[in-house]
Design a protein around this ligand. Structure first.
Ligand SMILES: Cc1cc2nc3c(=O)[nH]c(=O)nc-3n(C[C@H](O)[C@H](O)[C@H](O)COP(=O)(O)O)c2cc1C
Length: 361
């Protein structure tokens, strides 16, 4: 497999391929991180941490439900069907912050600085810069991600997990962290806002080297048998259906920020073709989490193989296809005018009769 074909430059680092194993419970233990690297991931984002005791305790409240597209529960057998969606509660790294730092430092030393991406989800914004500096100084990482869009933010104890929807607050936070951190800074954003582009712009203007979009949505699913919410609570919700939603924001962010701003996709990738879709929408790399968490680490190799086959078939490289579909995105008003076009899409009974149409002309 040609490394030139898959290799990408993103947010100040070069990756062997654009498939990043995104942070989740399968990356709490070093063995999970190593399994992701052995499976060929271009990089691995380790399970996020912060200094808050309450955020740490949050992981003890987790639960997970895998559902098909008719909302039927699926078995947790690491072989999910293509339409599986995941509803879950989650928390942060359950051990001490010092323990997380030591583990991350060891992983960086063993695997190389650009492959292991530590992730901080800030609790107290006033301490975010200090915390990130500590991570960089202690672990020797070549890049750090600041996740400001964890979907559980509003369900977790107040002030323990950031879910930032304000562009000005985000700009201040990122600028503060940027001033103190010496390595490339990636900023992960929430999708739970009506203007993800405004957040991407704020993060980028404040000095983020890459912007990752976008975090999952919060959802509540009634179970028709028990007539209670699945899992008993709301939860973060993701599935393959999220991919086009993320793609749209990627394309709009690329349009606003220009092709030189590194965008990283997350939320919806399940296959190698999905990674291609995210690259075409403007991402330079893709964080894939639920597919690996629910399907096992073999998903990573299968994804990279499928992406590579796609690139060979199209005689392209990963770098070359970045933004290709985004740059062809048109507006409604650019489309050809055809007043009768809708007729064929409505049920036959609802179509205008020939006579009626002639009469109205
Ligand atoms: C169980 C679970 C735990 C997660 N934990 C983290 C985390 O600690 N830090 C983080 O930045 N994102 C976390 N995420 C979010 C994912 O990294 C990813 O952005 C999101 O699930 C959307 O991508 P996907 O469709 O590939 O799952 C978690 C997601 C899941 C499903």
């Amino acid at each position: 497999m040609s490394s030139d074909r898959l290799s990408v430059e993103v947010g100040g680092i070069r990756l062997a391929n654009p498939v990043i194993c995104g942070a989740g419970e399968h990356l709490i233990e070093p063995s999970g991180v190593r399994a992701a690297i052995e499976a060929g991931a271009g990089a691995v984002v380790v399970k996020s941490a912060n200094e808050s005791e309450a955020a740490r305790r949050q992981l003890a409240h987790t639960d997970y439900a895998l559902l098909d597209s008719s909302w039927r529960h699926l078995p947790w057998d690491f072989d999910p069907p293509a339409d599986a969606s995941l509803l879950n509660r989650s928390g942060l790294y359950p051990g001490s912050f010092d323990g997380w730092l030591a583990m991350t430092a060891e992983l960086v030393a063993d695997n190389g600085p650009s492959v292991i991406i530590p992730s901080i989800i800030p609790a107290d914004y006033d301490r975010a810069a200090e915390l990130c500096t500590q991570v960089v100084d202690t672990t020797g990482c070549a890049v750090i991600e600041l996740n400001t869009g964890a979907p559980h933010g509003r369900e977790a104890s107040a002030g323990t997990i950031a879910l930032e929807t304000g562009a000005d607050r985000l700009r201040n936070l990122v600028a503060e962290v940027r001033r103190s951190v010496t390595v490339p800074l990636w900023v992960k954003l929430t999708g739970q806002t009506d203007d993800v582009v405004a957040l991407a712009e704020a993060a980028s203007e404040a000095g983020a080297d890459a912007v990752t979009l976008m975090g999952r949505f919060m959802a509540m699913l009634p179970d028709v048998e028990t007539q209670a919410p699945v899992l008993g609570t709301a939860g973060a919700f993701g599935g393959p259906w999220a991919l086009p939603l993320t793609c749209r924001w990627l394309a709009l962010a690329r349009e606003r920020l220009g092709p030189d701003t590194s965008l990283v996709a997350t939320n919806g990738a399940r296959t190698g073709l999905d990674v291609a879709r995210f690259l075409l929408a403007g991402a330079r790399a893709v964080q894939m989490t639920s597919a690996v968490f629910t399907g096992g680490f073999g998903t990573i190799g299968a994804t990279i193989d499928e992406l590579d086959r796609y690139l060979v078939e199209h005689d392209d490289t990963a770098e070359e296809i970045v933004g290709r579909a985004a740059d062809r995105l048109e507006r409604y008003t650019d489309q050809p005018v055809d007043p009768d076009r809708w007729h064929q899409f409505v049920p036959p009974e609802a179509r205008p009769s020939e006579a009626g149409r002639e009469g109205s002309e």
